[in-house]
Write a protein that binds this ligand. Structure first.
Ligand SMILES: O=C(O)CCC(=O)C(=O)O
Length: 276
C-alpha cells in the first residue's frame, strides 16, 4: 500500500501542501517529546524555536554538533522513518536525500513568530527543490501558533522578494514583502500530536507568535530529490537567517534511490555526526 493516497499526492501538487492521513504511534511521539525536552534543557542558550540540526549528535565542545546544538539520533531515526520517506518519495521522486531537521518549539506565553517566507530563499539547493515533513509533537492549533500556508502559492515556482527585519522576536529574520500575496487566503494547519504536514519549497508560509499558555512543538524534516545538488559553497556559514547555520558541514543522507547528479557529498560532517 502506498504511504499517500492518490488524492493526497494530487492535493500536494495543486495546493503545495497536504496533511495526510498518516500518523505516528503515540508511544513514539511521547518518546520524541521527552527527547526534545531533554535537548531544550541541554541547549540553554538557544531558543527552542531554533534547534537546528536537532538530528545530529555532536562531539565538539560540550557535545555540540557543528552548528552549536546538542542534538539526538532519535530525530535522525524519525527522519529515516520508512513511511515518511516513502510518502516524500511519492512527492519528489524515488531518490530522496535528507539534508536538514529543525525543532520549532514555541513555549507558551512567549513563543516566537515565524514571518511569512518561502524556504527556498534560505537554502543552497539547485535546482531548488525540497519537501518538508513538519511533524507535530504537541497539539498545534491556531491559538498556539500553528503553521499557516497560502494554498497554491508554490505554483509559479518563483521566489518572491524578502526584506530583512532586525526584530528579536522573530524566528527567521527575512519576511516576504507586503503586496506579493494575500494573507487573507491563509489556511491554518491544525495538527494533533503525531500528525504531519508536507510542504513544498516554494510554499509561502509562516506562523503567529504563541501567546497562549499551551506550548506548540514540531519538528521540520527536510528532504531533497537526488536530482538536486546541495551547493555547500553557495551560502556562507553565519547568522544571515537569524541564527547560525553552516551548510558547509551539514551531513547528507541518501535514504532512497540514487544521487542522480553524482555531485552530492555524503561524507562531509559524518564522522562528527556518528561519533557520539
Ligand atoms: O514551525 C513553524 O512555525 C515554522 C516552520 C517553518 O517555517 C518550516 O518548517 O519551514
Amino acid at each position: 500500500m502506498s504511504a499517500l493516497t492518490a488524492d493526497e499526492v494530487e492535493a500536494y501538487r495543486t495546493e503545495g501542501y497536504v496533511v495526510p492521513r498518516l500518523r505516528l504511534p503515540a508511544a513514539l511521539v511521547d518518546q520524541l517529546r521527552s527527547t526534545m525536552e531533554r535537548l531544550i534543557a541541554e541547549n540553554p542558550g538557544i531558543r527552542p524555536e531554533r534547534l537546528v540540526s536537532a538530528h545530529i549528535d555532536g562531539q565538539g565542545s560540550g557535545g555540540k554538533n557543528a552548528e552549536g546544538v546538542r542534538g539526538s539520533a532519535a530525530f535522525l531515526d524519525l527522519a529515516r522513518d520508512r513511511t515518511i520517506v516513502d510518502a516524500v518519495a511519492q512527492l519528489i521522486g524515488e531518490d530522496v536525500i535528507l539534508w536538514g531537521c529543525q525543532i520549532f518549539c514555541k513555549p507558551g506565553g512567549d513563543g516566537m513568530e515565524v514571518p511569512w517566507h518561502q524556504d527556498g530563499h534560505y537554502w543552497p539547493i539547485r535546482p531548488l527543490a525540497t519537501c518538508t515533513a513538519w511533524v507535530a509533537l504537541d497539539p498545534s492549533t491556531r491559538a498556539n501558533g500553528c503553521l499557516r500556508v497560502i494554498p497554491g502559492s508554490h505554483r509559479p515556482s518563483r521566489l518572491y522578494d524578502h526584506m530583512k527585519e532586525d526584530r528579536t522576536d522573530l524566528v527567521l529574520n527575512q519576511r516576504l514583502l507586503d503586496g506579493q500575496f494575500d494573507p487573507a487566503m491563509a489556511v491554518d494547519l491544525e495538527l494533533e500530536p503525531g500528525q504531519m504536514s508536507l510542504h513544498d519549497v516554494y510554499m509561502i508560509h509562516g506562523s503567529a507568535p504563541n501567546r497562549s499558555p499551551q506550548r506548540r512543538a514540531g519538528v521540520a524534516i527536510r528532504y531533497m530529490p537526488g536530482t538536486s545538488v546541495f551547493e555547500r559553497g553557495l551560502m556562507k556559514p553565519g547568522a544571515q537567517s537569524g541564527y547560525t547555520v553552516d551548510f558547509s558541514t551539514r551531513p547528507l543522507w541518501l535514504l532512497k534511490g540514487r544521487d542522480r547528479t553524482g555531485r552530492n557529498d555524503f561524507s562531509v560532517g559524518h564522522a562528527r555526526a556518528a561519533a557520539e
